[in-house]
Design a protein around this ligand. Structure first.
Ligand SMILES: [Zn+2]
Length: 173
């Protein structure tokens, strides 16, 4: 008998407790909380993100969704089934920031304890270089702004691990 492992299944929003509705996202039915603009993604085991530096500044994006709506983070996304985390970074960064990136160099791996969509999943962080100027941002839903920040003058960062990585970058200098 093969093992039958089911992903955790949410019926109610972990933020406000209201019943989740179904909506279409990228061709798939997803459970969704209208009030919090929050989508439930089952089967997520990892995410990957990018450190992009220029003139001693880092590129950050402002989240447009829960969790941590309206706080800033490194551009990052969930690793799709069958995808290498480097491929996730090279796919997500242009979508979210409009910058083409190359040459991902591994920086570190961190466990994410504060994401209710995938508690305990691992974040793989890469330094990447950007090539060319900024193109159109194709993923308009994910973030409400992008910006370059000095490590001495950072905006509000939501994720604990993203704060930790920024501290590590500061201590490198
Ligand atoms: Zn909610």
């Amino acid at each position: 008998m093969p093992l039958e492992i089911q992903p955790p299944d949410y019926h109610y929003c972990p933020f406000c407790g209201s019943e989740l509705t179904i909506r279409q996202e990228e061709g798939q039915d997803r459970k969704y909380c209208v009030q919090d603009n929050w989508t439930y993604y089952p089967h997520v085991f990892g995410s990957a993100g990018a450190i992009i530096e220029k003139d001693r500044k880092v590129l950050l994006v402002r989240r447009n969704r829960q969790p941590y709506k309206d706080t800033w983070m490194f551009p990052a996304g969930f690793i799709e089934f069958g995808e290498h985390p480097e491929e996730t970074v090279l796919r997500e960064v242009p979508e979210e920031t409009g910058y083409q990136v190359y040459n991902p160099r591994f920086f570190g791996v961190y466990q994410i304890e504060d994401d209710p969509r995938a508690r305990g999943h691992f974040l793989f962080i890469y330094r990447v270089a950007i090539v060319g100027s900024q193109n159109k941002i194709t993923d308009q839903e994910e973030n409400s702004a992008i910006g370059w920040f000095s490590l001495d003058n950072l905006p509000v960062i939501g994720w604990r691990v993203h704060n930790k990585i920024l501290q590590e970058l500061r201590s490198e200098r």
